[in-house]
Write a protein that binds this ligand. Structure first.
Ligand SMILES: Cc1cc2nc3c(=O)[nH]c(=O)nc-3n(C[C@H](O)[C@H](O)[C@H](O)COP(=O)(O)O)c2cc1C
Length: 407
């Protein structure tokens, strides 16, 4: 679990919107089929640590339709019964389908967690094999796992067996860096082991979240496997999703940073897939109402203190690009209550339109790259299927969890 106050990226204002993409023609895009699950429109909320908890999934679902995946849940912490981990993996009866992403590299843990999730009523399980965090890849976990296809197969097989009839998907990156691409092998493994769809974040672990995602890799994976491929990377506006599906042939899209502070993106996506022109984004006054709803969901699901601390980063994301908002943000990152938050937000003009430049602003993760560290001699043993060591004991696990931040 990341420190919720951690990720205050400055407003990385990105390129202007591309030329408008024509909305969907009747029958142009089929619903996404993931085993027995039918996802219509074929839109998936990306698992995002510190973000896609039940409150945010609820907010997104209220705007749109699709599949809303939990943030990554570490198998060992879940099995130890860590209170926060269990809460993050949990849901409420109004959420259906229930979808949880597992992070784990120990086949026994992953099998047991999948089994328990299914017992709890989870209807879709995703597996994270894209985590680029140095602490994880250095031990051979996360994005390092697909470097060893037999190890990947072993972990995936354990999840699929544990899940029984519940569909399992995997989410991978292109590879470690441009010299070590792993996604095509991962596609084959997924197919052989009974996975129902594969999500590709079309960047390498070295690229983290920087640069443009390589949609060409998504097209190559579509050619390579008979499974549904979910394309991921750089969907900022509804037109991007249609463009990605048209240009790569993928069966669905996974939407990450584009919806941070913009949950109405799911309404725009639903409209574009229905063949309608998307509504314009809300103005500032309407966004304040959404922020208040978000805050109430968070404080009631977690508690007042944890919930409002999380709102600090959300307020940053919701207000990026609005004229005069920088001063408000400096105060919003210190709020301790919903009333205080609303008092600050209400100082800005509610009639302000959503700024065009904020549409493609990169929220949540910035543009740096990294050199990926693998265990010593790792590339000499690509046929090996020995699982990496998983942290043991509550203290080691807590430190490990704090170091994680996604995929
Ligand atoms: C704040 C944050 C947390 C993330 N956490 C996870 C995670 O828990 N599991 C995962 O598979 N990917 C995680 N990711 C990666 C996203 O799921 C997605 O692959 C990535 O952001 C690329 O999509 P985008 O270009 O639409 O943002 C995270 C990304 C962000 C920005």
């Amino acid at each position: 679990m990341t420190d919720p106050t951690h990720e205050f990226e400055p407003a990385g204002l990105a390129a202007p919107s591309p030329a408008p993409e024509p909305v969907a023609q009747p029958g142009e895009f089929a619903p996404l089929l993931i085993g027995s699950l039918r996802v219509d429109p074929p839109v998936v909320l990306a698992p995002m640590a510190g973000v896609t908890n039940y409150p945010f999934r609820t907010l997104c679902r209220e705007f749109g339709a699709g599949l809303y995946v939990s943030e990554m849940i570490t198998a060992r912490a879940y099995l130890y019964g860590n209170r926060l981990t269990r809460l993050l993996a949990s849901s409420r009866p109004d959420e259906s389908p229930r979808s949880v992403q597992i992070y784990g590299a120990d086949p026994i843990d992953v099998h047991e967690m999948a089994r328990q999730l299914v017992d709890e009523g989870v209807q879709h399980i995703d597996m994270n094999f894209g985590c680029p965090v140095p602490k994880v890849t250095r031990t051979g976990g996360g994005a390092a796992v697909p470097v060893k296809p037999r190890l990947l197969a072993r972990i995936v097989r354990a999840a699929v067996h544990g899940a029984g009839d519940v569909p399992v998907t995997i989410k991978v990156r292109k590879g470690i860096d441009e010299g070590i691409e792993t996604y095509l092998d991962a596609g084959r493994v997924a197919e052989d082991e009974g996975v129902r769809a594969i999500g590709l974040h079309a960047r390498t672990a070295a690229e983290l979240y920087s640069g443009a995602a390589d949609w060409g890799a998504i097209a190559r994976l579509v050619e390579h496997v008979s499974l549904p491929v979910l394309g991921n990377g750089d969907i900022w506006e509804a037109g991007d999703a249609l463009r990605m599906m048209r240009s790569t042939g993928c069966a669905g899209v996974i939407v990450g940073r584009g919806c941070l502070g913009r949950p109405w993106l799911f309404r725009e996506l639903a409209q574009a897939f229905r063949g309608e022109s998307p509504d314009p984004p809300p103005n500032f006054g309407e966004i304040v109402a959404i922020i208040e709803r978000h805050a109430r969901l968070l404080t009631s699901f977690f508690d007042a203190t944890f919930g409002i601390r999380q709102m600090r980063k959300w307020c940053t994301w919701y207000t990026i690009g609005f004229p005069g908002s920088a001063k408000a943000r400096a105060e919003l990152v210190r709020i301790d209550s919903i009333d205080e938050m609303l008092a600050i937000l209400r100082r800005l003009d509610p009639a302000l339109p959503f700024p065009a430049a904020a549409m493609r602003a990169h929220r949540g993760k910035g543009g740096r790259k990294q050199k990926v560290t693998l265990p010593h001699g790792y590339l000499d043993q690509r046929d090996d299927d020995t699982p990496p060591r998983t942290p043991h004991g509550p203290a080691e696990l807590a430190a490990f969890e704090r170091s994680l931040s996604g995929g």
